[in-house]
Design a protein around this ligand. Sequence first.
Ligand code: 7RM
Length: 670
Amino acid sequence: MAAPGTTGDEGGRQPGPTENIDSILTEERRFEPPASFSAGAHVKSLAEYQALRDAAERDPVAFWAGLARDELHWHRPFTSAFDDSRAPYYAWFGDGLLNVSFNCLDRHLAKNADKTAILFEGEPGDTRRISYAELHRRVCRFANALKMRGIGLGDRVIIYMPMVPEAVVAMLACARIGAIHSVVFGGFSSGSLRNRIEDASARTVITADGGHRGGKVIELKAACDTALSEGCKSVETVFVLRRAGNHVRMQHGRDLWWDEAESNLADECEPVWVDGEHPLFLLYTSGSTGKPKGIQHASAGYLVVVAATMKWVFDIRDSDIFWCTADIGWVTGHSYVAYGPLACGATVLMYEGAPTVPDAGRFWSICARHHVTIFYTAPTAIRALMKLGESFPARYDLSSLRLLGTVGEPINPEAWMWFHRVIGHERCPIVDTWWQTETGAIMIAPLPGAITTKPGSCTRPLPGIDADIVDANGHSIADFAQGGELVIRKPWPSMLRAVWGDDRRYRDTYWGKFDGRCYIAGDTAHRDHDGYFWILGRSDDVLKVSGHRLGTMEIESALVAHPRVAEAAVVGKPDETKGESIFAFVVPRGARPTGDAAGTLSAELRAWVAQQIGPIAKPDHIRYADSLPKTRSGKIMRRLLRDIARGEAITQDTSTLENEEIVRQLQGEP
Ligand code: 7RM
């Protein structure tokens, strides 16, 4: 069978390994929603789910418009719910006026002023509880501080912070005044930070002295200084939160301590009412070129679907303690640490550090001590903790948990079963949620009170989400054993609106195939006889390494920027814990190193990539060769490289290679 989504050209990605489909076809375990769960759930049965789906199918615009009215506070109601006159640049609720921070804060104050909004635990063990009233005050004060520095409607603000409540305060403060935030993950280096600041022409950076992670202090302000010393002329102000207490350099006139900047400012700040389409944030994400793209989301549509999915998928209730372990630097943190829970007036837990500090019981200790009821994490974390044994979770009382969730990559049935048995005590439904930075909110996932789950499947699309699997011609694939491209056939409110500064890239990447008739996710998937979706992996050159989205081309560009590298090709290699590991094939300048010299150069290249992109992008394996295998048209034969990285037998024709010796070098033979 030809790999789905490829053109047969050697340069293309080979998605959907057949062995995946085989294991899916043999997975027969089924887990029905517990009756007690369904009884209290927002959506209680398959019939209720079906009714929602039917309503959305009959009149999608009316369906979403109804939700937008029910879920959000509007300063001025919208009259036009949907505008497709500029397709594929769609607009939702464009003439309504709202404020996202008002929706996440002010509207809860009448009933829930004293309710805990954020329950924080730092890696060193410090804890804080911030009520809705206090969060409101803090957001207003900081919004006033931004205004004092001239920040207002439409200005871009970079947030480069540890996982502390102030990161959420900063996001909401931007939303309050109509500024557009772009959070940069704290694990990215100064180089990545600089690229994002420059692409967005940001006027302000909000950072911290440092954050605690893995027992160390991550020096965020120092990285910020490096980024700003190499360009970033648009930046006028840097706000610095005191968090880790490490020494930092403050540049007079540019840098301000957070606490000093807001010390004399008011606790109130009038929200700026913006139209539904006003950009809420940019979030840079990796694609199949060397340059990450600024995914732009709109205010109203994003918030509607994020809030609706909190109810549909997480079945959020007033009494829940909701914990999503994602960093706010990723979309999961935006939607399910910050905006989703707060739009619903929920209590959200935020943890600053690593899952293994001081030991592998940290997550379970947090769940037990804070009575977490909903726990949402990545398969890579589950697999890592699973490896460390059952004795860690066994030490803690996990009986407060009622619902578990996963996101970021396919979960293998073994990890799913461990999560179900050891963490959920066979009591908690698991929601495997498929979505992307671009979709804004969860698109395919079980409604836990309504849908029977199968380990490894994200089950069925949410109401209003017209997901399908298509062949190379855009035709729906009926053959259940065959994989294809995952697409979404109708626009939905939380979809991305643009790639910042690059309208063309938006259109070409997401709507370029199939006559612009559907959104192309970039994943391959397969559907079973019950209509359940099984995600097989990416159909482009995007990797998920320990849940972090990275582009192979980005890592290649970083490598070739090193003076000792002439050419590089990066592929993913399946990894038991990380999902994928990074495998780099490098053509050095000068003699090909062997033995110790190879080891030394590899260490240098790994450190180099960490400095260029961030430690998360360091290649796990590096191999040297005198050249790279190319097709006649000059494209790198990535499929061949993937097979070599996996240590698999080579099935493709290598007779066109000038030098077959190269294959042996790539295979690591001395
Ligand atoms: C939320 C997030 C998106 C990519 C996506 C997929 C993969 C995400 C699942 C999944 C299988 C899942 N945003 N992915 N969720 N694969 N099952 N439940 O991760 O922009 O960083 O990445 O992640 O390949 O396209 S993301």
